[in-house]
Design a protein around this ligand. Structure first.
Ligand SMILES: [Zn+2]
Ligand SMILES: [Zn+2]
Length: 474
């Protein structure tokens, strides 16, 4: 791991602030919408300095390609690409028209080229077929075709002029430099630049050993269709050989281009290729990046101040933010509560408890809520919360083997908020707890009597009466 997040020391950092030189993980940078003028790009800012951070490389996010080789082989394995490859392999059977064969080849190249570009942008699934992938960028494909034809012609000329040994060496060198040329073509979209030795000789040096590993792998892929054919030929009729070979070639072309795209992604900082860091993804699920909302911003600010040991500033920041009308979300509320607790600012903590417990109750976080309740009740035995919270806490206390505490909070609810809709059920639950848990029939009966007298019209009144009859009779 190259560098760790300043706030989460165990997480790899992906962003660096140019001002304070601190590095952050993707959760800690502040995400800010750059606005419509800037294409609604998400800007990632330093949580401390609020200046835009820069990406410090993909090496932490992206595995080196040699560590995920099996995934390259399975890359084309989804219905659309497989059907498309199988369809275009039909071109191999068309022996009467080289135009048809060329068109099929161009379509395979075009699709593979789209795969390369998408991979280089961090999308590690084959491009969809139903949009304009198959027809878009035909100019780019033409340039590739021209590139291949030039290389073929030159190789052939050298082969005939200088003999087989020099010819073969030249072909080998061309094969070695071909990925470099394709990478340049993707980058510059210029055939002239692609064919200039300054450019294509530089890439292998920039990438280093990764380039050699890629070359070996691509060369193996080049021969793979033939070895596949040798392997399957005993099992299939001879007239299918051409088709199998054509299909395998398509399959391996797609993998080769995907691999080149991946190398571009992995080494983009060395090659100088701009990638959309916002969407490195391994699946097709759409994921739209959002700017941080006010609560998240407040939370990140708080984390930052805490990390710097400025706990009181962090608390003051939240107080100020709250005074200016900021609302809490569950995360921020919990973090703020924990901070107040750890700073032993009990008055503030008890004041915030209602908000925090409200979220915990809504989210069904029983243990968390009861822990917080126990801390608060120790500080202020007369503490009250919203009736809904108190009722739920009563139920949870009873569930967890604290029937007496449950009775206490339910009775406090009925006394503090006598007109609240939770009151009848609170009486009822208290009666049940007295009877079922505390074996105190007398108290249960007493409470039921009050309940039925006070709320004769309640929806649940028949149930209350049934229960009364049940415990009196039994
Ligand atoms: Zn900074
Ligand atoms: Zn972090």
């Amino acid at each position: 791991m190259e560098s760790a997040c300043y706030i989460h020391p165990t997480r790899p950092a992906h962003w660096k602030c140019p001002k304070c030189n601190q590095t952050y993980c993707s959760d800690c940078v502040i995400k800010h919408d750059a606005g419509p003028m800037a294409g609604n790009r998400i800007m990632r800012m330093c949580p401390k300095c609020t200046v835009e951070t820069s990406w410090i490389g993909s090496s932490d996010i992206i595995k080196p390609f040699w560590e995920r080789l099996p995934k390259f082989f399975t890359y084309p394995l989804s219905l659309g690409p497989m059907i498309y490859m199988a369809f275009l392999a039909l071109g191999a059977l068309v022996t009467w028209s080289w135009i048809v064969q060329l068109v099929c080849w161009a379509l395979v190249l075009n699709y593979s080229y789209a795969a390369l570009r998408q991979t280089a942008q961090g999308r590690l699934v084959p491009p969809p077929l139903w949009d304009d992938t198959a027809t878009k960028n035909l100019g780019q494909v033409l340039k590739q075709l021209v590139l291949y034809i030039i290389l073929l012609v030159v190789s052939f000329a050298i082969l005939t002029k200088f003999g087989p040994i020099i010819g073969m060496l030249f072909v080998l060198l061309t094969l070695f430099l071909l990925p470099s040329m394709i990478i340049i073509l993707v980058n510059t979209q210029s055939l002239l630049t692609t064919l200039s030795p300054n450019a294509f000789l530089a890439i292998p040096f920039k990438i280093g050993k990764g380039y050699f590993i890629m070359f070996v792998f691509l060369t193996l892929l080049l021969f793979a269709p033939y070895s596949l054919l040798i392997w399957v030929s005993p099992g299939i009729p001879p007239y299918l050989y051409k088709y199998v070979l054509g299909f395998a070639e398509n399959y391996y072309t797609l993998i080769s281009y995907h691999l080149m795209g991946y190398v571009l992604l992995q080494y983009h900082d060395r090659i100088g290729y701009e990638i959309g860091i916002d969407d490195i993804k391994d699946s097709d699920a759409p994921r739209k990046e959002k700017a941080d909302d006010a609560e998240t911003l407040a939370l990140k600010r708080l984390e930052m101040l805490c990390r710097d040991g400025k706990f009181d500033d962090a608390i003051a920041h939240i107080q100020k933010w709250q005074n200016e009308g900021g609302a809490f979300n569950p995360e921020l509320s919990k973090r703020y509560f924990d901070l107040l607790k750890s700073r032993q600012m009990t008055t503030e903590m008890v004041k915030h408890a209602n908000t925090y417990l409200g979220f915990a109750v809504d989210q069904g976080k029983k243990n968390e809520a009861l822990d917080a309740y126990n801390i608060c009740i120790a500080e202020d035995p007369k503490i009250t919360f919203d009736p809904k919270i108190m009722f739920k806490l009563g139920e949870w206390l009873a569930d967890t083997g604290h029937p007496k505490d449950a009775i206490k909070i339910l009775s406090r609810l009925t006394k503090t908020f006598p007109d609240d809709p939770q009151v009848p059920m609170s009486y009822f639950r208290a009666a049940q707890i007295y009877n079922d848990r505390l074996m105190d029939l007398a108290s249960a009966k007493k409470i039921l009597k009050i309940l039925i007298k006070k709320f004769p019209e309640h929806d649940m009144a028949p149930k209350f009466q049934n229960y009364q009859a049940h415990i009196s009779g039994g």
